[in-house]
Ligand binder design. Sequence first.
Ligand SMILES: NC(=O)c1ccc[n+]([C@@H]2O[C@H](COP(=O)([O-])OP(=O)(O)OC[C@H]3O[C@@H](n4cnc5c(N)ncnc54)[C@H](O)[C@@H]3O)[C@@H](O)[C@H]2O)c1
Ligand SMILES: O=c1ccn([C@@H]2O[C@H](COP(=O)(O)OP(=O)(O)O[C@H]3O[C@H](CO)[C@@H](O)[C@H](O)[C@H]3O)[C@@H](O)[C@H]2O)c(=O)[nH]1
Length: 480
Amino acid sequence: MVKICCIGAGYVGGPTMAVIALKCPEIQVAVVDISVPRISAWNSDTLPIYEPGLDEVVKKCRGKNLFFSSDVEKHVSEADIVFVSVNTPTKTQGLGAGKAADLTYWESAARMIADVSKSNKIVVEKSTVPVKTAEAIEKILTHNSKGINFQILSNPEFLAEGTAIQDLFEPDRVLIGGRETPEGQKAIKALRDVYGHWVPMDRIICTNLWSAELSKLAANAFLAQRISSVNAMSALCEATGADVSQVSHAVGKDTRIGPKFLNASVGFGGSCFQKDILNLVYICECNGLPEVANYWKQVIKVNDYQKTRFVNRIVSSMFNTVSGKKIAILGFAFKKDTGDTRETPAIDVCKGLLGDKAMLSIYDPQVSEEQIQRDLSMNKFDWDHPVHLQPTSPSSMKQVSVVWDAYAATKDAHGICILTEWDEFKTLDYQKIYDNMQKPAFVFDGRNIVDVAKLREIGFIVYSIGKPLDEWLKDMPAVA
Ligand SMILES: NC(=O)c1ccc[n+]([C@@H]2O[C@H](COP(=O)([O-])OP(=O)(O)OC[C@H]3O[C@@H](n4cnc5c(N)ncnc54)[C@H](O)[C@@H]3O)[C@@H](O)[C@H]2O)c1
Ligand SMILES: O=c1ccn([C@@H]2O[C@H](COP(=O)(O)OP(=O)(O)O[C@H]3O[C@H](CO)[C@@H](O)[C@H](O)[C@H]3O)[C@@H](O)[C@H]2O)c(=O)[nH]1
């Protein structure tokens, strides 16, 4: 029986391994992590991450051919294939701080694999890593390898949160990079056979190691670049009276461009886009390519501009001050159908409003109060480091309250900011909400999900990203 072990039971390791276990009943899959609470949660009825469809998959396989354990060394030593899916955050200190990937967790996993292995293994990079990482990992593994053969593969993950299970069931492609030696090709075949249980062969792309590593960074950069492009257009739409949804639709109808990923928003968030582009920028700089680095840096700059622009719209619309005003924040996760808040635009928007002394009442169906407090008190780039390394929340967050209902959040509020596109925000009773708010009542829709005409009919002053401006807002400056 083939044994797989995955180091890192996070947003990628957990769902990916659960799907491999489901699709390959004859393979034994162990997911291991140094975080004991995380492993306990994977073994409980309340999984550590919220992801539609994940519960069913885990329940079908757990205890049969899918195991979650904190006995990292035992499972690694027994495995034929070891996936490494640990976090690779942005470095916060030292050389490359604020840009380069922090490979501390990866390196310690590699050292541990080298220490405990007694048989040949295929080691698979699942984490997103800088191009050429495999070379460094190979050095760690083969140094003092006691005659054991390690084959390194790069198998980056392309799932998106909120649709992880669907993405894993029907991936656009699976990418496997390996050495161009006979042993490397044999290792590629072994991993291709695992995915071959459910992924059509023509969707499994095999490349060399460096192409696979770089393709992952490139794919995220291209995706994020589309969002920054449409967000840049949204500012121009507001200035000219064009409607960004109509522009996106018209542009996306060109089959060379395509309709997906062209929704203007308050800005992209999530644990990957910013981190991976910064990493790409750093690699370009290290390779003496400042023009290429600056090109990609601009994608992040436009994203920051969009968040600042949104905050400025709110403040300038509300008579240039939100001091002491109650603002309801609807949605805190970085997108719908996840409880993940890493790099969510809500953090920057809330911090911007708090800086202007607003009183925030925050509601998100999947994010806990503790998480929100931690996020709002954290430094940039600390977010993806293990919890014990993150700053604790100060008790002085008196301007922030977290409530468990959109109606409570909006009661007596001066304004509403929609920051996550949760479906439930589309069907709220906005008349009831309006009746219970201070007047004039404002809605700032950072996701373009509300029916603007209907809300204006009720009496709201509405700002929607990239849409023709409300009369109220027309003469207000909205410079970032
Ligand atoms: N989140 C996503 O949607 C996504 C998608 C594709 C790729 N990725 C990439 O996958 C990687 C993992 O991302 P994630 O979101 O799953 O991270 P995560 O933080 O949710 O999970 C990583 C886990 O690794 C564990 N860990 C760290 N060092 C360890 C060690 N030495 N031994 C055992 N366990 C260890 C941590 O405790 C943590 O539970 C990152 O490189 C990320 O860029 C993420
Ligand atoms: O048209 C769009 C599409 C997305 N977003 C925002 O962009 C961010 C990222 O969304 P999405 O890409 O759907 O989620 P992630 O889970 O971050 O997934 C991305 O990052 C993963 C980690 O590398 C990759 O595996 C995925 O392929 C890639 O889509 C979110 O804040 C979205 O709200 C927009 O603003 N407009």
